[in-house]
Design a protein around this ligand. Structure first.
Ligand SMILES: NC(=O)c1ccc[n+]([C@@H]2O[C@H](COP(=O)([O-])OP(=O)(O)OC[C@H]3O[C@@H](n4cnc5c(N)ncnc54)[C@H](O)[C@@H]3O)[C@@H](O)[C@H]2O)c1
Length: 379
């Protein structure tokens, strides 16, 4: 079978995760990367063992050898690069968020429909085997009627005043930070597994650091050096470190979600609890191979990730036997595998699409407006 040829644009944190995941599908080879400058592209290509390096992403898009383009750039570039990639006839895998606002997202969904190509999102948190298992359990009626959905997504990488990234600057990141950056994953996973949709929101935002200390040179420049006050500039922060959102769902269920990027000790914890009329389930991405099942009239249970215990489509979401833990990187493999199977016409077993990316932009937009207007809003 013909192998797909992939180009990855942006090789900071998540780009290399895509490169590894693409290779693990066995369906493609990564033939090119693009970075902000030619020397950086070449260094990254060498590090990742990729033949071609482009200092301008447009040259990667113009490369006729490339079938699929992965967009792993800061948020502000997703819209234009996705548009250009579609215009060049490429299949597209875009990082979240799909774009900077709902209007851009709608345009991309329309263009994707016209393109005849597969236009997918890397909303990978729904691809944990035990998240897929919850989807199966809900579908089979094992939870009964869903009464409540609660949860959080918490991290501590912005805990200190000196923690800094482009994600703190709205021109690169967008109007929302914590909700758009990681809340997106929670909402995507929760709506996917429950099959119910958020219909109303009431949000409360907080920015604990009103200013942060931005390094005046690239952080690598400082490695090995003790920073002094002159090495920083004070920058005003206008996006949320924290948010709590009260939720109402399409089936009448209620819920709440908290996101916090300054939560000491929470490294990258996506957590949800779903309370049904028959039982409850709890998933914690920091312990992704254990699913807590809560019962009123019997013992509570811990289900382990094990292919012999997973049911339905969840069974295909793990690569290894029980006891061999799978985590974040495996969710990328499982997501990209399904996207590539779709592109190659092997099967379309479902993967996040641009329409899912637009859904997240709509949720994000209304959550931000609700916080600003301090009231419940309907989607
Ligand atoms: N799905 C996930 O779990 C997940 C995790 C992390 C990040 N993300 C998303 O991925 C995107 C990238 O995040 P990241 O953490 O990798 O950021 P990053 O800053 O680590 O990497 C971004 C890379 O893009 C490069 N870049 C910037 N402008 C460029 C240009 N014009 N041409 C080519 N390269 C350019 C930068 O040099 C950098 O290497 C964001 O949209 C983020 O929301 C998703």
């Amino acid at each position: 079978m013909k192998k797909l040829r992939t180009g990855v644009i942006g090789t900071g944190f998540i780009g290399p995760v895509h490169v590894e995941a693409v290779r693990r599908t066995g369906l493609a080879e990564v033939v090119a990367v693009s970075e902000i400058s030619q020397p950086r592209a070449e260094a990254k290509a060498e590090e990742l063992g990729i033949p071609k390096a482009y200092g301008d992403y447009r040259d990667l898009l113009a490369d006729p050898e490339i079938d699929v383009v992965h967009i792993c750039l800061p948020n502000n570039m997703h819209f234009s690069v996705a548009k250009e990639a579609m215009a060049m006839g490429k299949h597209v895998v875009c990082e979240k968020p799909l774009a900077m606002n709902v209007e851009e997202g709608k345009q991309l969904v329309e263009l994707a429909a016209k393109s005849g190509k597969v236009c997918a999102m890397h909303l990978n948190c729904r691809a944990y085997p035990l998240v897929q298992q919850v989807h199966e359990m809900v579908k089979n009626g094992e939870l009964g009627e869903i009464f409540a959905v609660n949860g959080s997504y918490q991290q501590d990488w912005l805990f200190k005043e000196t923690d800094y990234s482009w994600r703190l600057e709205p021109e690169y990141s967008g109007e929302s930070r914590a909700i758009a950056d990681i809340g997106t994953h929670w909402f995507d996973a929760v709506e996917y597994v429950t099959g119910i949709r958020v219909t109303e929101v009431c949000s409360d935002f907080a920015t604990f650091y009103k200013t942060r200390k931005k390094p005046l040179k690239p952080v690598e420049t400082y490695s090995g050096k003790i920073l002094t006050p002159e090495d920083y500039a004070d920058v005003e922060i206008n996006t949320e470190d924290y948010a709590t959102v009260l939720l109402k769902f399409s089936n009448g269920a209620h819920g709440s979600f908290t996101v916090n990027q300054v939560a000491a000790g929470r490294k990258n914890r996506m957590y949800f609890e779903i309370y049904g009329s028959k039982c409850s389930v709890v998933f914690d991405s920091e312990k992704p191979c254990e699913l807590w099942i809560g019962n009123r009239d019997g013992n509570n249970q811990i289900m382990m990730k094990d292919p012999s215990l997973l049911t339905g489509i969840a069974r295909g979401y793990d690569s290894y036997p029980g006891g061999h833990n799978e985590g974040f990187a495996d969710t990328s493999k499982q997501t990209i595998l399904r996207i590539y199977q779709h592109i190659l016409g092997i099967e379309n077993s479902g993967h996040p699409t641009f329409a899912d990316g637009l859904r997240e932009l709509e949720l994000c937009d209304i959550i931000v407006r609700s916080a600003r207007e301090e009231r419940w809003l309907k989607l």
